[in-house]
Design a protein around this ligand. Structure first.
Ligand SMILES: [Zn+2]
Length: 295
């Protein structure tokens, strides 16, 4: 048989009923099964995100955690978190109008997150040590700091001072809440004042900065910790790198404003992977709260 006389593949396929190798069987993946990682752009299955505490298995990027998931991760197993000021709600004092009013934004974010504002405060046990805890939740209006966030942070700090407890705040924030104008900026002074009194009482304050911690929060209570910890590759700074680049017209160094860069520059004391967080925080608290014995 001559070369040109051979049957074509399509004819052969019909004859022996074999599917063409270049047309694999299509399987439908329901939308929302995979989430793209902001660190590496890779697609990761939702179950894998969950099993991995929202840490990308491909590049180690630490995604944001909802406040109550973070609290569960921090406190001792089978112990209760006693929430404080959970009913406190923001008020649209400036009657802010924009594409959507502040009232509408608040309502939408309350429904989306099940929270009343972007910080959850209370007390819980970490390695058997009663600790005052504040955790910011980026899902609620970018964890921006308005009057309620400032008031709740100040109150949990005052509670810690009164009850002689160590304080731990997990930060994440896009900055001050523009819908509250000057009222949100005043929270920087209020939280800092409360922390000063906690410090005067010689009580430890630990900060854990998570991605992203910026603007008014980074310029107040997030950088006042006795010990400042951060998660890997978290963006930390006042203005974002794009704004700085545009303003200064300078080429920014590689990794600028990431926690690894800030550790080298001395702003951060330590970077801790989320998987080791519970143990490490516990050990730090044990060191910092050890009772002095008189000789
Ligand atoms: Zn990744």
């Amino acid at each position: 048989m001559s070369l040109f006389g051979k049957p074509r593949y399509s004819t052969l396929k019909t004859a022996i009923n074999v599917p063409h190798p270049s047309t694999p069987k299509k399987t439908k993946i329901p939308p929302g099964t995979f989430d793209q990682c902001k660190g590496c752009g890779g697609s990761v299955h939702k179950d894998e995100w969950k099993q991995n505490m929202n840490v990308c298995p491909l590049c180690g990027f630490h995604r944001q955690l909802p406040a109550f998931e973070r609290i569960k991760l921090l406190i001792d197993d089978n112990t209760e978190f006693e929430e404080t000021d959970s009913a406190m709600k923001s008020v649209d004092i400036l009657k802010f109008e924009g594409a959507a009013s502040y009232e509408e934004k608040l309502k939408k974010n309350r429904e989306k997150t099940g929270l009343n504002d972007s910080v959850v405060c209370g007390t819980g046990m970490i390695k058997g040590i009663k600790t005052a805890i504040g955790v910011m939740d980026f899902r609620f209006l970018g964890a921006s700091m308005g009057s309620v966030v400032g008031e709740k942070i100040a109150r949990i700090t005052e509670l810690a001072t009164k009850q002689k407890l160590p304080l731990m705040i997990v930060t994440a924030s896009g900055g001050a809440r523009m819908y509250e104008g000057m009222f949100s900026l005043m929270q920087m002074a209020k939280t800092s004042g409360a922390l000063e009194r906690h410090k005067e009482a010689r009580l430890p304050y630990i900060v854990l900065m998570t991605h992203p911690t910026t603007a008014g929060v980074s310029a107040s209570f997030a950088t006042l910790g006795d010990l400042i910890l951060a998660e890997p590759k978290a963006l930390i700074g006042f203005a974002g790198p794009r704004v700085i680049k545009d303003t200064t017209q300078a080429t920014l160094p590689e990794g600028f404003q990431l926690s690894e860069f800030l550790l080298r520059k001395g702003l951060i004391d330590r970077i801790i992977h989320r998987k080791e967080l519970k143990h490490e925080i516990g050990v730090i608290l044990q060191y910092l709260t050890v009772k002095k014995t008189k000789k």
